[in-house]
Design a protein around this ligand. Structure first.
Ligand code: NPG
Length: 368
């Protein structure tokens, strides 16, 4: 395909409620969208970098800069290309996986739209809908948490993930188990907030029959996770530590995790995400699709990915309304605890023009 230009568009999306994790509180999502325009189609990518480098080293202003100065120029320098060549062309630029993923997603969407194929079909989806979990932030009090969890269960979510940090772990988990029972699929996510010295405290979670504990230790402490996995019964799942299929293979070989959270932005794109899926399937390791508070664009692609056969655990593929009162696409709505895969070409969804205009804070056109 031949690109005629790339638009970088910043949008500001207020969240329905503050979302607190061990690394900070989000009240508004500052999202970078990438629109790839070719001769016969256009495609959308969503960059999942946050406003600040607190989840990982990437942040949205940095993504804009690297796209403008390095990634887009490199992509087009070698002449026409296909979506499967994007990662290779961008590989000389170190890191910046979220920025790379957004560009690849936009190009892939444009290519699939022009060929009339959907993301789901391209990635290898085997289901037409996916079971959904919801991620519940850290709250000021246990009663407040129980209200929130009760509300999500009433809406039909099939799995609850509690954000934890030192001082907010055993007590909230116990309270949720006591109130809602042992049948609820329950897991926790620490976003790197602990060290191996906390192993005894984390072992207290063993009593609650959790599906998994996600990323308890620092992203670079893969060996620490392998040690921790021997000290606790709850299965360890890695998120931040896994940035490629090679990382995933290494972490599995080391025994650092028994489950993998796959987020396409974190690993450089949907095609690398599929490779991680394939590595895990080959070793019988369950995977699930993470979330980064995506708009309907990223959500559409995540739902397609989550329909691959190895995604055997419900993902953070919540309905649009979990985060946004007004999404920029037709909203994803929960149906019996599931989201349906869009089946149109490419992402199968596109921004609603008026809504997009309302939330746009800046646009920049990069001619090529
Ligand atoms: O459902 O989109 C979602 C969010 C799920 O908890 C969620 N994401 O660490 O996985 C995470 C977390 C996150 C949120 C990460 C915001 C980065 C920013």
């Amino acid at each position: 395909m031949k690109l005629t230009g790339v638009e970088l568009r910043r949008i500001a999306m207020p969240l329905v409620a503050p979302f607190r994790t061990s690394f900070g509180t989000e009240t508004q999502r500052d999202v970078l969208l990438v629109r790839a325009v070719t001769d016969d189609a256009e495609g959308w990518g969503e960059c999942v970098a946050m406003a600040g480098p607190l989840y990982s080293s990437e942040y949205v202003d940095g993504a804009v800069d690297v796209l403008r100065r390095f990634l887009v120029p490199r992509l087009v320098a070698g002449g026409p290309f296909g979506a499967h060549e994007v990662a290779g062309r961008l590989a000389p630029v170190k890191g910046h996986r979220m920025a790379k993923a957004a560009l690849e997603m936009a190009v892939l969407d444009a290519e699939l739209r022009s060929e009339g194929r959907s993301f789901g079909r391209e990635l290898g989806a085997v289901h037409d809908r996916v079971p959904c979990g919801v991620s519940v932030g850290i709250m000021d009090s246990v009663p407040e948490l129980l209200d929130a969890v009760g509300g999500y269960l009433d809406e039909g979510y099939l799995r609850i993930k509690l954000k934890i940090e030192p001082g907010w772990d055993v007590e909230p988990v116990r309270a949720v188990r006591e109130r809602f029972g042992d049948e609820v699929l329950l897991q926790v996510d620490a976003n790197t907030a602990y060290t191996l010295a906390d192993a005894q405290q984390l072992a207290r979670l063993d009593a609650f029959d959790l599906l998994l504990i996600e990323q308890p230790l620092d992203e670079e402490d893969v060996l620490g996770h392998a040690d921790l996995a021997k000290l606790i019964r709850t299965p360890v799942c890695l998120d931040e530590s896994i940035t490629s299929a090679r990382d995933a293979a290494a972490a599995l070989r080391l025994g650092a995790c028994q489950i993998v959270n796959i987020k396409p932005g974190r690993v450089g794109g949907y095609l690398e995400a599929r490779r991680i899926h394939d590595v895990c399937v080959a070793q019988g390791v369950p995977v699930w699709c993470g979330g980064m508070l995506e708009t309907g664009l990223g959500r559409a692609a995540n739902v397609a990915l989550a329909a691959l056969p190895g995604f055997t655990l419900p993902g953070d593929t919540s309905a649009s309304g979990r985060y946004y009162a007004g999404d920029i696409t037709e909203p994803f709505v929960l149906d019996d605890g599931h989201l349906r895969l869009p089946d149109g070409p490419g992402l199968g969804v596109a921004p609603l023009e008026d809504r997009l205009a309302e939330v746009t804070t800046a646009t920049e056109w990069l001619p090529v």
